[in-house]
Design a protein around this ligand. Sequence first.
Ligand code: VG1
Ligand code: CO
Length: 543
Amino acid sequence: MPMQNVRTTPIDGQKPGTSGLRKKTAVFRRPRFLENYVQSIFDGIGGVEGKTLVIGGDGRFFNDAAIQIILRMACANGAVKCIVGQGGLLSTPAASHLIRLREADGGLILSASHNPGGPDADFGLKYNGPNGGPATEAVTDKIFECTKSLALYKIAAAEDLDLGQLGTHKLQDMVIEIVDPVADYAALMETIVDFAKIRALFEGGFTMCFDAMHAVTGPYAHAVLEDMLGAPKGTVINGQPSPDFGKGHPDPNPIWAKTLMDKMHGANAPDFGAASDGDGDRNMIVGRGAYVTPSDSLALLTAHAHLAPGYKGGLAGVARSMPTSRAADRVAESLGIGCYETPTGWKFFGNLLDAGKVTLCGEESAGTGSDHVREKDGLWAVLLWLNILAETGKPVSELMADLWKAHGRCYYARHDYEDVDGDKASVMMDGLRAKLGGLAGSRIGALTVEAADEFAYLDPVDGSQSTGQGIRVAFEGGGRAVFRLSGTGTQGATIRLYLEQLETDPARLQEAPETMLKQVRAAALILSDLVAITGRDAPDVIT
Ligand code: VG1
Ligand code: CO
């Protein structure tokens, strides 16, 4: 048998973060690095003998070469079948759907999501379980344990397979089925939103710009928006996936999707704009002259989802990550449905979705999803928005104004301080942690602290606990500041400072967010001593 057991030794730093393992591409390409991690995944999930896996990625540099290695390793480890997206492509939500549709045992998704791609940029790999969702913390802990004691990996000796050839192939005893990455996903979308209604919207002259940011959503958006829904050709821009995302940063926010933002705020702006990230699970929504924060988007979708056929019976509940604004909570309360607060990262939504406790989930980082898959889903969010726009006939700006009038407005911003010295970031977080106990009631700048703690989560479904999930400080009058360190960066530490201010005065619902967040920001900086400790007087990115 042309199988090989290769001796290896553990490699440091293979601890999965918020969403799988993310490293510089050059690190992933080091000898044994990928192989060690893949073998640790296989060992950590109890082996893959007799199992079926879904494999695909966002098309970034090293995607195809890594898939060839993973296929040979799956074969040597006894997997019976791998289902691979043609050309090695699968968006994260499409991979999640495929795992569920084919009742596969799990999947490997190759992506560093919103991080740039290329030989000098980032690469990533994550494992999703049989429910189609990111591995839970219990599973990622096991995988990490395996990385620390690994002594050998198994790999088959075989030629590279042509990933472009649809159909069934064989790698020794293992079947490899190469599938159209778009078809099943597009069919799923048709069962959730009203395609006829959206088609009629475009026929009526409604205009849209979808920026795929040279990433994996391009083929999906071309197929669904232009081919199936009749949006004019050219509606989708940057729709060809490229290994370095056109040298861009495939993160759909006002900074990195600036071309789209300028277009939406310029003369002759389209009615609706949207963008998605490297692996297609994030979305940015922008109306003509009206950017919608992801937190507000979750609230808006919660309020109107029943207008789409997939949710016409109403929602079971909604969940948001802790740093996400509390706008969705206010809508959920008025609808009388449950609302859950989870740690950052989609892996925490899986149990709530599986248990039927929630239908919609969202994160401030431009992720929204529902129980149709177990990942956030960029294009799905855009389609649900289109369905709502078609049903209500109102422009984005008016829908938002109505939402704020009914529930108040949660002004919101996230300030990122990137590539901060790791020790300094820890000093700042430790300092905050030490202060928490005595903060309630104290005056910081112009505000008074109402409550302060370090967020810990008790999963209501399986009882698992996750501690150290971010420091949150609530102020009297509806302000809140949250501090946490990113778990997806590949260089130094990234401090995320999340700022929020509720406003219910009808006369103050159209203010500039910077103005409304000034006091919370000032208090957060005093409390954390961020500037003095890190030497940074301004954030690198504000979204
Ligand atoms: C970031 C976001 C988080 C998101 C994660 C993965 O994590 O804040 O909300 O779930 O990225 O998104 P962190 O730890 O850097 O803050 V993606 O689109 O990379 O799969
Ligand atoms: Co992503």
